[in-house]
Design a protein around this ligand. Structure first.
Ligand SMILES: [Zn+2]
Length: 513
């Protein structure tokens, strides 16, 4: 990689001090006052790119993704806003007017429709009227049903159907034709998703796809993967393969000569369920729920979790433990303490104050998805009444010195760190008043939690993973003093952050300068 000099750049929160940034050998080689002679690069005269006063920050990371699922979902047409069958069909027609349908015989797939309150019936004929011979299959919001055009039904192997709306047992046997794709198709979609992530300033993700990630990522590296850095998580059922290969945290998954962009990530273990399904494991009962599972459900016995984590830890792996309810979080911390393992709790949605302090004492990272707080604020108030002051307690975690990292859990939320940052900073979406504003963190804190621990003013010697932003997020009104400004405007501004360029190891992965 030839050396590259970014001239006339600004560092975040340093509008008065323009700098030149020299990248060489995949690293940040120097940061010097703009126009000063650059230190002689190791290689030849550098390529120069004038970034024209834009702000250069460390590249962004998404600490929790399911990358293949996201890559597939983002191809689908969003029909969640449809208020009638006719409305959904109009969305399909608009999509077909905008862009050509898939040409490989696969259907146009949409998702998110909820027809319970529709005034009209979703039938194959309604879709046929807008799509003709193009196969169309729309998935319901809960994925338990599908609505297909006549050509879509044919693709699913269903010769005749009275309505075109396939429910539960009718849909489940046909669903693999839509929700699974072969490796070549999946890999191409993941390349595309990585390109889109780079356009938002993303340089790396942790991938918790529920799959044999070692095999999938070795295949992608062999195929020339160069989109993002990826830490590939491993599930318990594939742990032996990873340990058998002698892979430790951070080891490249490719062959020695191959790319080092893809490395071994943590062991992922699911310890409890989720809030919406009343299965996150809590100290107190869910409101209005009685019976043996009224506190939620633990998915792994506590006497199994610590030994499993100890095994991974002894082999040099980190652990990422899914815990949402406060009791599951407490037990996860017990297991970190007992095993000596390093790593993160994924989600950490409801926490007792004592456990916040234990996160800090144990040095366990809280890997949180602020956008989930926006998705779940109403259901949290309903099911965890009186407890939501300690739900998604970002300010408390930050104040306690807990290592904090933000993510999306894509496809649950979009793979866009600016969406997560906006929610962390404002706890506001859709124009609503902030939810528990005392748990907001400021823009600097949110950005610091999104750059994999790198300093915002660029560390010489660090990886040349950078995002070039059209504006400085730390210069937004209210970025330092949240209480004094309109949270809705700030959330909109952060979500709309414009990224002019992204570099991974000194190579452009997005270039719109
Ligand atoms: Zn997840």
């Amino acid at each position: 990689m030839p050396a590259l000099l970014l001239t006339n750049a600004r560092l975040a929160d340093r509008p008065d001090r323009p700098v030149d940034v020299l990248l060489d050998g995949g690293r940040i080689a120097a940061v010097t006052p703009a126009g000063a002679p650059a230190p002689v690069p190791v290689s030849a005269v550098p390529e120069r790119v004038d970034v024209d006063g834009r702000t250069v920050v460390p590249g962004l990371w998404d600490a929790h993704t399911h990358l293949t699922q996201w890559a597939m979902v983002r191809q689908r047409l969003d029909v969640s806003a449809a208020t009638s069958a006719a409305h959904a069909a109009a969305l399909v027609r608009d999509r077909l007017d905008r862009a050509a349908p898939p040409t490989d015989g696969t259907p146009l797939v949409g998702y998110g429709f909820r027809w319970a309150t529709w005034p009209d019936d979703p039938t194959a004929a309604v879709l046929d009227a807008v799509a003709g011979d193009v196969p169309v299959v729309l998935l319901s919001g809960d994925l338990h049903s599908a609505w297909a055009s006549t050509a879509g039904l044919r693709f699913l192997g269903i010769a005749e159907h009275p309505t075109g709306l396939l429910r539960e047992e009718e849909w489940m046997p046909a669903s693999p034709r839509i929700v699974t794709v072969d490796d070549a198709v999946a890999d191409a979609l993941v390349v595309d998703a990585a390109r889109a992530a780079a356009a938002r300033g993303v340089v790396g993700v942790v991938d918790f796809e529920v799959a044999d990630n070692l095999t999938a990522w070795r295949r992608r590296v062999a195929g020339g993967w160069d989109g993002l850095r990826v830490r590939a998580g491993v599930w318990e059922q594939h742990l032996d393969a990873v340990l058998g290969a002698g892979l430790r945290h951070g080891d490249p998954l490719g062959e020695p000569a191959g790319s080092d962009l893809v490395t071994q990530g943590p062991l992922k273990v699911i310890s409890d369920g989720s809030l919406n399904t009343l299965t996150a494991f809590c100290f107190e009962e869910y409101a209005g729920v009685a019976g043996p599972d009224a506190h939620g459900i633990l998915n792994i016995a506590t006497d199994q979790l610590a030994p499993l984590m100890a095994r991974a830890h002894a082999a040099g792996l980190r652990c990422a433990i899914h815990a949402i309810g406060d009791r599951a979080n407490s037990l996860a911390l017990d297991a970190f303490e007992a095993s000596g393992a390093r790593g993160s709790v994924e989600h950490a949605q409801l926490l007792r104050p004592d456990d916040v302090a234990r996160f800090a004492a144990l040095g366990v990272t809280a890997s949180v998805q602020p956008e989930h707080a926006m998705d779940d604020r109403d259901v949290a108030e309903e099911l965890w009444p009186g407890r939501t002051a300690r739900a998604f307690p970002l300010a408390e975690l930050r104040a306690a010195g807990v290592p904090l990292t933000l993510g999306s859990d894509a496809p649950v939320a979009p793979l866009d760190p600016w969406v997560a940052i906006a929610s962390a900073v404002t706890r506001s979406r859709d124009g609503r008043a902030p939810w528990h504003p005392e748990q907001r963190i400021d823009v600097r804190a949110a950005l610091e939690a999104s750059v994999d621990g790198r300093p915002l003013d660029l560390a010489v010697g660090g990886p040349a993973d950078l995002a070039v932003l059209d504006g400085d997020p730390l210069a937004l009104p209210a970025s330092h003093d949240l209480a004094s400004h309109d949270p809705v405007a700030l959330a909109d501004a952060l979500r709309a952050t414009s990224v002019a360029g992204t570099l991974v190891a000194g190579r452009w992965t997005h270039h719109a300068l």
